[in-house]
Write a protein that binds this ligand. Sequence first.
Ligand SMILES: CCOC(=O)CCc1ccc(S(N)(=O)=O)cc1
Ligand SMILES: [Zn+2]
Length: 258
Amino acid sequence: MAPWGYEKDNGPAHWHKDCPIANGKNQSPIDLINGEVKYDSGLKPLTAKYVPFSDAKFLNNGHSVQFQPSAGNGSELTGGPLAVKYNFEQFHFHWGNNDTEGSEHRVDGKMYPAELHFVHWNSTNPSFKDAVGSGGPNGLAVLGFFLKVGAENAALKPITDLIPKVKDAGTSVTVPSNFDMQAILPATLTDYYTYDGSLTTPPLAECVKWIVFKQPLEVSAAQMEAFRSVINRDGKPMGGNYRPPCPLHDRAVKTSFK
Ligand SMILES: CCOC(=O)CCc1ccc(S(N)(=O)=O)cc1
Ligand SMILES: [Zn+2]
């Protein structure tokens, strides 16, 4: 099979050939149906502490654009549904070629124009790769933020301004060390959906505690256009790099809000 992607000949419908878990019972993304979720008063507040990175890259890996620090720097996620501390690994995006599509998770069938994933790994593992392979839904914790078109996002501007420099697959740039990742997050990490799921791209491992925030972040139309100028490894616009929703099977989606 050609390397996986989102085109007709290598997209989500083909992934099961290399990754049979694609047809598993704990796959992501899902459609978050408000009538079927359950409020869980036991969910604690989430705390994300992101400290400045001295040497981080912003890169085009052929299927997304990704912010990746060189090694752990003490940025961590705790609380919410998480029993232990998780280390920050990377963040990346999924988006569409127009404003009616692009997010991976949906809310009552509604798609947002984009979705931002902050990926963290369970610190009881020696490395990110071990956490992916650790088995069970506590290997990774991914924060999902929907993006909608509105005001310019000043916190994401240092990143969206770098997009023209990583237009082509396999390119990367160094991110200025004064980039403040913490500023991207809302002041309080409240009102989220959480459920046990998987990576939404190969290897599709069922190792993720998903935490998807109800409140979208805003980005400007110009920032959305920047994403849509990115080219994938086949030389085509990368937009459309989202997996359609997967069956919930017998999983429960909990909410931190009533
Ligand atoms: C060990 C190799 O595994 C990887 O590199 C997984 C990378 C990877 C991280 C996060 C996601 S997402 N969209 O579900 O947030 C998908 C794939
Ligand atoms: Zn993702």
